[in-house]
Design a protein around this ligand. Structure first.
Ligand code: ARG
Length: 563
């Protein structure tokens, strides 16, 4: 039962068309403290419409209001404060959570529509950056949230495995490379060659010519070039997979840029047929001045394709393969301008799904104040950050719970969870500086804090294993329980909002709120006291555990039963 709807319905009837249901619903507030009711309606907007004092209006409306299903409705100044029937509300909420279990909060709004998610997409022969980590965990969580809302996401890793940089890399490898070195430590070695290339080409610009020639050969299918490329790609993917395994993220497709290599001719043909290609200084561009954007460079003067050429082919492919309901690109905000250009070109082409293209940007991430950059060679390896986090989590657990049997597994769940949660609790467009030690704290708004609340709930349930958990029959008299129950009831709306905004932080913030209200309840109440209320209290604990676990799952974070 959605109480906001109930309040809206009662007010709509009482107001007799003076405001629409939507207008009313948008004005309904959640009071900060329960003594001001569970939901409140301010009458200021009505005062403007009716030219009357809001206090008077509040009184008049209250007199006409049908209050069935509410404990009471109080008029306080310009406000109407609605108090829910606690018994009925608790019973119904808990019953719903317990019967639906992990499905609680699920809806079918997506109607099975396909949603390709372009996510993670690191570049071959370079370390995966913290930015790629953000794309991975944000994309993964958005996929879970979409599924919960009835969509069918397709997680596509658009690997940066093509482009002129491979000409540079092959040139560098042929000059300074060593097979055994690359086999031992692929990405580090390849980066070393790449960095050296950029140092030396300052004084030896002929290196650039050579690199261009190698890329031309690569695009033309030259066997030597392609063999080296395939090897660099495979070795890099193996290193990336370690990070994906750590994070527990999988992909449906790895259609990187190279996948579209044989689909570029068609792109050029389409652009030509639509008279969109114009020559500019020997290169082929699409003019975007009517969008107030710089022209998109499609083919260089030597005929080489570009990032955007491959992205147009990608969009075409996704359009045909999936007929997307939404088409998402989870890519750092530094590419905002680029995605405007891409969308503009696709619109010019008249691609059916062009309007569905949604760029899902996120802010820059620094770790302990340090920025990441490949070219300068100053790299914080993502794998190292994860490793460090697991190590610190292990130390914390050793101290808090030395007898825990599966310490290593839990350290892993907590260490990785801290990083994922620490990222996702921020609105994605915010820049974040990640201070690892802060995210690992068991107090404050952290992953371990939420995991700990869940483990605490599970521990209570273990102690009371013999009691029959039952949602109804008994009123839960603790006032502290009430906030927890109301928070549980907000979960379905939260799931919808996270989907509408493509914003995992909505779920993370909800998980923090539920943990906080539950911890307060836990601190103030004797949950395990053996009296008539016990089964109902345990039902509440069970519901909290279920919803916390499900919230964490939507974020891609595990929920150990003990920690
Ligand atoms: N590989 C790119 C990078 O690391 C991100 C690719 C984003 N996806 C896309 N379809 N352009 O910057």
């Amino acid at each position: 039962m959605d109480y906001k709807q109930k309040v809206t319905a009662a007010l709509t009837a009482a107001l007799d068309g003076q405001l629409t249901a939507d207008e009313i619903s948008n004005k309904i507030e959640r009071p900060k403290t329960s003594d001001k009711g569970d939901l409140a309606f301010p009458t200021f907007t009505l005062a403007k419409v009716l030219h009357q004092a809001p206090q008077q209006i509040a009184k008049d409306v209250a007199a006409k209001l049908d209050t069935t299903g509410f404990e009471k409705v109080e008029v306080v100044g310009p406000y109407l404060n609605f108090f829910f029937d606690k018994n009925a509300f608790s019973e119904e909420t808990l019953k719903t959570v317990l019967t639906e279990g992990a499905d609680y909060g699920k809806n079918e709004e997506g109607a099975g529509g396909n949603v390709p998610i372009d996510m993670s997409s690191p570049n071959i022969a370079k370390p995966m950056s913290m930015g790629h980590l953000r794309s991975t965990v944000i994309g993964n969580s958005i996929a879970e949230i979409l599924t919960k809302n009835g969509y069918h996401p397709i997680k596509d890793n658009h690997l940066g495995d093509w482009g002129t940089q491979f000409g540079k890399l092959i040139t560098a490898y042929k000059l300074w490379g060593n097979e055994a070195d690359v086999k031992r430590d692929p990405i580090n070695k390849l980066v070393e060659y790449y960095v050296r290339f950029h140092k030396e080409d300052v004084e030896h610009p002929e290196l650039d010519d050579e690199a261009r020639e190698w890329f031309r050969k690569l695009e033309a299918g030259d066997p030597e070039a392609n063999k080296l490329w395939a090897w660099f790609r495979e070795a890099s993917l193996q290193e990336f997979s370690q990070v994906y395994d750590e994070l527990g993220v999988s992909f449906d497709t790895f259609n990187g840029e190279a996948f579209y290599n044989d689909k570029l001719e068609e792109v050029v043909q389409i652009l030509k047929d639509k008279h969109l290609l114009v020559e500019s200084q020997g290169a082929q561009v699409v003019d975007l001045s009517k969008y107030d954007l710089n022209p998109a460079l499609i083919l260089k003067s030597d005929g080489a394709s570009l990032y955007i050429t491959r992205d147009i082919a990608t969009a075409l492919y996704r359009d045909r393969t999936y007929a997307p309901a939404k088409n998402l690109y989870v890519v750092g905000s530094e590419q905002a301008y680029y995605f405007k250009q891409l969308k503009a070109v696709l619109t010019e082409i008249g691609l059916p799904s062009a309007s569905k293209l949604q760029y899902v940007p996120f802010g820059l991430i620094t770790v302990d104040g340090k920025k990441l950059s490949t070219r300068s060679g100053r790299i914080i390896l993502l794998a190292k950050v994860l490793e460090e986090s697991v190590k610190l989590a292990g130390e914390e657990i050793n101290e808090k719970n030395p007898d825990l049997p599966n310490k290593e597994e839990v350290a892993h769940q907590v260490g990785v969870g801290a990083i994922v949660f620490g990222d996702l609790k921020n609105e994605r467009t915010n820049a974040i500086d990640f201070v690892l030690a802060d995210q690992l704290k068991f107090e404050g708004e952290t992953g371990p804090y939420v995991q700990y609340a869940h483990a605490r709930a599970e521990s209570i349930l273990r102690k009371a294993a013999s009691v029959d958990v039952k949602a109804g029959g008994n009123e839960i008299s603790d006032p502290e329980a009430w906030d927890t129950i109301k928070t549980l009831a907000d979960f379905p709306a939260t799931v919808k909002m996270a989907c509408a905004e493509l914003e995992p932080s909505v779920i993370a913030k909800f998980a923090i709120r539920l943990s906080k209200t539950f911890n307060k309840y836990y601190a103030h109440s004797k949950i395990l006291a053996e009296d008539a209320e016990l089964p109902a209290r345990l039902a509440l604990v069970k519901a909290v555990s279920t919803v916390l676990k499900e919230s964490l799952r939507l974020l891609g974070v595990q929920a150990p039963d003990e920690m």
